[in-house]
Write a protein that binds this ligand. Sequence first.
Ligand code: C2E
Ligand code: MG
Ligand code: MG
Length: 261
Amino acid sequence: MLEQDLASALANDQISLVYQPFLEVDSNRIQGFEALLRWQHPIHGSIPPAEFIAIAEETGLIHPIGEWVIREACQAAARWPEHLRVSVNLSVAQFRNRTITIVNTIVRALADAGLSPTRLEVEITESILISKFDATIALLESLSALGITIALDDFGIGYSSLTYLRKLPLHRLKIDQSFVRDMLIDADCAAIVKSVVGLARELRIAVIAEGVETIQQLDYLRQINCSEVQGYLVGKPIPIEQVAGLLEKQLPDNIAMRRQP
Ligand code: C2E
Ligand code: MG
Ligand code: MG
């Protein structure tokens, strides 16, 4: 049933994107937003991506939906201040036998939106890399050559092969929220988070902690020099109409600082 409904969901405007901010810890400034899918079903209400992305992957609907996500996110970011980036999640199924198509889709979306490639980030998970490792590396390298940045999402919960860190053109590691959630109650989690931050620094890769919900977690991450954070403490995912308001809220401080003689 849901399969059929998903097929018409895009055309019926039931699919939308919400945007969750990233915060730079040092400057306290928002650096950009991650685009996250939402499906408002007319009968079942809001269906989380964890449920419908699997359906989209099985049915092949991931291709039109994934293309729509990239185009929509680029259009949105083109209207934001220029220092902000937008990141989109790419699923393993979007890569399967379609490596050239996906590069073309991204290039066209950037051109149509008038967005610089350096403002787009793609988030992949390690599952993308399990099959066709060489083809995937080639694809990521062509995106990287265009100036697009690549983030490894949910780092730590997959196979976390350190080979990926050596062979992939990675710009950012996103430490999975499960480690962040437990790091203040579990010394092993804290050790893992601290080590990943250190590893990323040594490899000259940026690092972002996902799922930061409390000031205490932010304090710990600041202490260990984690450069960016994302999570409900900074902001929940919000519809596009609320992005400008959130950016303005952080403005008074920044403006005040700039106005100092
Ligand atoms: P993700 O990319 O790791 O996104 C982070 C998820 O954690 C989001 O859930 C976000 O709402 C949630 N989150 C963020 N901060 C916090 C926090 O402080 N506490 C807690 N408890 N949760 C937090 P969401 O939006 O339900 O997305 C789930 C997953 O669905 C995403 O995980 C991503 O893998 C996938 N997804 C979402 N949008 C897309 C898309 O456009 N394409 C693809 N292929 N996958 C997507
Ligand atoms: Mg993500
Ligand atoms: Mg994640």
